[in-house]
Design a protein around this ligand. Sequence first.
Ligand SMILES: *Cc1c(COP(=O)(O)O)cnc(C)c1O
Length: 465
Amino acid sequence: MPSDSSLFPDLETIRTLDDRLTAKLLEHRTNAAKRSVSANTPSDDWQGELARFSFDAAEDLEDLMDWVMSALDDGIVQMTHPGYFGLFNPAPTFPSECADRIVSAFNPQICVWSHAPKAVEIEQHVIRSVALRAGLPINSTGHFTSGGAEANGTAVLCALTAKNPEFGEVGSHAFDGQPIIYASAESHLAWLKIAHATGIGRSSVRLVSTDGCGRMDAVELERQIEADIVAGHTPVIIAATAGTTNAGMIDPLTECAAIAKRYSVWFHVDAAWGGALIACDEARSALNGIEKADSVTIDAHKWFATTMGAGIFLTSRPDIPADVFRVTASYMPDSDPANDFYLNSAQWSRRFVGLRLFLSLGAAGWDGYAQHVNHSKRLVDLIVAGVSNEGWSKVNASDMAVACLTPREGSETVETYVNRVQASGRYWVSKAMFEGRPVLRVCVTNGRTSESDAKGLIELLALES
Ligand SMILES: *Cc1c(COP(=O)(O)O)cnc(C)c1O
């Protein structure tokens, strides 16, 4: 007898529940476009229902799942809705969903090669394929992370350790003055949390000014580095963004790489979202310079559209993470930092997340992803052309699938438009700041979004505020 038949049902029960769940999920997929794309605020009644789950008595799993799915039906912003033109949370690829199911059933522990050799080999194969496609040197490695923020945090730890091997033992005291992180004013602000968590302090982050077009100003970067050296600080890492979150702008990577080399600091490229451009032969040159990076962040769960959370940390200097994350534990079966993820990454127990990208890349090939990227770019171009006829302007000169738009009446009316779109329940766009101005941000994140969805959004934006 198993310990508890609700937790470990017999195979016949599993089959019944599994089949029913699959049918229910298909129903949800079928209705994806009919739901409101915006989230309802939880009502008092619903909060009461939630509070009644005291877990004192066992309840029926089928009923529980139905209750949760009905909550998700109207209580979340719908990533799978074709009218979602929002922040970069994808409608997931079907192969990545399949991967999650397979991984859940086997639940391999991949922190140690010897515990799951074939799973680890698959994971490493995906990592190497992405690194090579990004143009990194042949010996580059990396690992999957919970997301871009973790990968960026790993980059900072590597940079600190590479700059001063004493950092691992004595922390920030190893440095003369304060160790300094450089990112642009338009970068993803996880850098502040990372600086806090690593103990070097939030004041160590220099948000270098941009060039008026959302890209780091390389002249200003160098000036800031010089000033910090004069002040007795130690520059440690330049984190260039390749695809800013709000506007899809790419910092001057080649210049940043040259400056990093000149001052012997770590060069990191945060391509969490923009990294997917490596799939496109025509578009990937926008990322030129990325191949010079000491480390790179690419999120599989952004433009590669796998289920969350799946970030990737890549590095051309595998010896550094192996130093940062080294540890010996008597109960661990192996100790090879080249193969055992618990010895070269922040996580210990580790899910087989890479299978999501393995199955997606395998099923679509790089060409399939190029098509996905081009599809989103084409729809954004269509929207920009449509609203331009109505007096709107696109203010970000990005080649990615994002447009920062200002209405004909001026940027004060952005909020009115954003509220209207969200209230429609048919489309979802966000408000963002670009170079200090409010903009309406339109981003295609769903591979099922079509021209008619784009046209519907144009019509809504064409109405006067
Ligand atoms: C999304 C994003 C991040 C953060 O990644 P998470 O996966 O949300 O942790 C970092 N940098 C950029 C440029 C991003 O777009």
